[in-house]
Design a protein around this ligand. Structure first.
Ligand SMILES: *[C@@H]1O[C@H](CO)[C@@H](O)[C@H](O)[C@H]1NC(C)=O
Length: 216
């Protein structure tokens, strides 16, 4: 009997921690976002359900390649609550990622979402790093049709490992996953982080930091 209640407690603890690790559950069928509302809540306030239209749940154009003519050779086309107001409170979103040959989606993290990605064209080298103290790098080469998961919060990347273009479609467990691109956040913050701080943190000369800050 005691064992059983311990088990029950364990399951309860597990389910409640899972609930807190994703967007809050909806309390109604939907809550289509009013993007410019002056009322600030966790998410966005709801449009009157009677005024909701099909277009509130609709986005078009994900068949169109993103423009990869940039130094990284990659382009993310997000489809989250900004593009589809009907995603508000539903805890899900997606993205298309295009890669030129050798293109890179650089190391970044989504503070609010786990990502599941499938390759629809080409070949990708993907990976993520586990948290301290192990910092284990977990990588895989993905071909068309392969699916890979990037756990919430962990730093990850994708690089085109083929000769042609590559395309991936990702789903994310938040209406607003957020993106923290490591290089941009650390070396391109506004205002900049002091080069004393970064030189010591990265154990490099301040000149290296100043150079990186000029790039980002
Ligand atoms: C792609 O982006 C580059 C660089 O910003 C720009 O010069 C080019 O016109 C864009 N191409 C298209 C098709 O939009």
């Amino acid at each position: 009997m005691a064992t059983r209640s311990f088990l029950l407690l364990g399951i309860l603890a597990l389910t409640s921690s899972l609930a807190f690790a994703s967007d809050p559950s909806p309390l109604q069928d939907f809550c289509v976002a009013v993007p410019n509302s002056p009322v600030l809540v966790n998410g966005l306030v709801c449009k009157d359900p009677k005024l909701v239209q099909a277009d509130d749940f609709f986005f078009m154009g994900l068949d169109k390649p993103g423009n990869t003519s940039n130094p990284l050779g990659s382009k993310v086309t997000p489809v989250n609550v900004v593009q589809i107001p009907g995603l508000n409170t539903l805890g899900i979103s997606m993205a298309r990622i295009d890669f030129a040959p050798y293109g890179l989606n650089p190391p970044h993290t989504h503070p609010r979402a786990t990502e599941i990605l499938t390759v629809v064209e080409g070949t990708l080298y993907v990976g993520f790093v586990t948290s301290n103290p192990d910092n284990r790098l977990i990588t895989k080469i993905l071909q068309k049709g392969d699916v890979f998961v990037f756990p919430v919060g962990l730093i990850h990347f994708q690089r085109n490992a083929g000769h042609g273009n590559a395309v991936a479609i990702a789903a994310l467990s938040s209406q607003n996953p957020g993106v923290i691109t490591i290089a941009n956040a650390v070396f391109g913050s506004n205002p900049p982080i002091s080069d004393d701080v970064l030189a010591k943190a990265f154990q490099v000369d301040k000149k290296v930091v100043d150079y990186l800050q000029s790039v980002f």
